[in-house]
Design a protein around this ligand. Structure first.
Ligand code: ADP
Ligand code: ZN
Length: 440
């Protein structure tokens, strides 16, 4: 996709801070966060005491290693309000993760936390070339999910015109693209594909819309999927990363160089660890991302284990930003499927599917255990032209895809090509994996 966007900064001073100055700011903020958490949150006080560390022990950024980790279960155990470091009277907003199993994760924001959130999303949007002249079609879900309201407030901060559409009613969304003429689309990458498909079904072409920039995130997606979305919607796609535990979207985002996502590291301090041993890894190695909030008041998080696997590149980016960059996620350590002892990431399967022109990138991975043996089945949609052909042609494609999958995964996966539009579409995060094994 040709580069149609300008390199813009929302907060040039913060985003281009020299390394030594950055370290000073990070340490100062880390010390304040640790003190606030220790003094106000019984959970943190206990965890620090158990490790025999005190807030005063944090004398350099290196000392971060001495602090205890926080994991998702700690957040669940303290549901809903027990990790807050301020009285409820100072909380102006609550959000929660979708949490398909068990209790959701609750996020809380003081007025100042809201300012920080808008700031980091405004930086992410500006890095993609969004300005006050843009019309932003926001199809992230509104409500408890941080995506909708997060991008909404960030776009308003920039001064863009926000269309708060939320997810769903896809035909109406495409109608609004034609009538309201938005230039920026915000949604999950899987929903972007649904909208592309809807647009094609309605006979609406690229000349009928004027989308220029896409801000996609909240779920894993591949580079091939990016190219697919870019060509079908005629826009330049920018990866957006965040999580409810930290703030929601705005933790990191791509700039026009598309070489990883800039972490807003004056607000979120990143580390990489070995997910097995918990040992700190050097930037550049592949490991689990651990994040510490540096400015959050209502809900400080210390060394939160995201389970997201990535690497970090600390080299300054050609765009001029000095904020470190995290690479596209290689999956979540806990989303990783272990099939007959082999680690399988859904993104690998998606990569193979996207290479096949007879297939639509709508798929589901079903894992079952038959006679103690794991079986993996990939159900994927055919394009109309393939489905109209006779069965032998479908079988030929099935065989070819199966071979490609086996080569990539190192295990045998059954492939089933299903009719066009038969896999349920999602308006938010797609549910790609159905694991029918009872592993707990
Ligand atoms: P939930 O999914 O439980 O509602 P969140 O919305 O906070 O919670 O999800 C955060 C998680 O979503 C991250 O830890 C990460 O695994 C995933 N995620 C968010 N953005 C991206 C992205 N751009 N690429 C890949 N995964 C992402
Ligand atoms: Zn950059």
């Amino acid at each position: 996709m040709a580069n149609k966007t300008k390199n813009l900064f929302w907060n040039r001073e913060a985003e281009t801070m020299p390394a030594s100055e950055k370290k000073r700011v990070q340490l100062e903020r880390l010390q304040a966060t640790v003190k606030r958490a220790y003094e106000n949150v019984p959970f943190y006080r206990r965890a620090f005491d158990e490790k025999g560390v005190k807030p005063e022990d944090v004398k350099s950024l290196e000392d971060l290693k001495r602090l205890p980790f926080t994991v998702k279960n700690d957040l669940r155990d303290n549901y809903p309000y027990k990790l807050f470091a301020v009285p409820m009277s100072r909380v102006v907003r609550l959000h929660a993760s979708s949490g398909t199993t068990g209790k959701p994760i609750v996020g809380a924001y003081t007025r100042n936390d809201m300012e920080v959130w808008m700031e980091v999303i405004a930086r992410s949007m500006a890095a993609a070339g969004v300005t006050e002249d843009d019309i932003v079609h926001n199809a992230y879900g509104y409500g408890l999910f941080t995506g909708g309201l997060g991008f909404h407030y960030g776009a308003e901060k920039i001064g863009a015109s926000v269309v708060p559409v939320s997810g769903g009613l896809s035909k109406r969304q495409v109608m609004l693209w034609q009538d309201f003429r938005p230039t920026v689309l915000c949604c999950t990458p899987s929903y972007a594909l649904v909208l592309a498909e809807t647009m094609e079904e309605m006979g609406v072409g690229l000349n009928d819309i004027c989308l220029r920039v896409g801000l996609f995130g909240a779920e894993p997606w591949t580079d091939q999927m990016r190219r697919e979305i870019e060509s079908r919607l005629g826009l330049e796609a920018f990866n957006q990363f965040g999580l409810t535990e930290l703030i929601g979207p705005g933790v990191s985002a791509e700039c026009i160089c598309h070489n990883g996502m800039h972490i807003q590291d004056d607000h979120f301090l990143p580390e990489l660890i070995d997910p097995e041993t918990g040992e700190t890894l050097e930037y550049g190695q592949k490991g689990e991302l651990v994040l510490t909030s540096l400015t959050k008041e209502a809900f400080p998080v210390i060394r939160y284990r995201t389970k997201d696997i990535t690497t970090i590149d600390p080299e300054p980016c050609p765009c001029g930003r000095t904020t470190v960059r995290m690479m596209r996620l290689a999956g979540r350590s806990d989303d990783m499927l272990i099939i007959r002892g082999v680690n399988v990431f859904p993104s690998q399967i998606e990569g193979v599917i996207l290479e096949q022109k007879e297939l639509v990138p709508q798929y589901q991975i079903v894992v079952e255990r038959q006679r103690n043996l794991d079986q993996i089945e990939v159900q994927v949609e055919a394009v109309d032209e393939l489905y109209q052909k006779d069965e032998s042609e479908i079988l030929r494609v099935t065989g070819r895809v199966q071979k490609a999958l086996n080569q990539t995964l190192g295990i045998t996966a059954r492939v089933v090509i299903v009719p066009p539009r038969s896999i349920a579409r999602s308006e938010g995060k797609a549910r790609r994996v159905i694991d029918r094994r009872n592993l707990t």
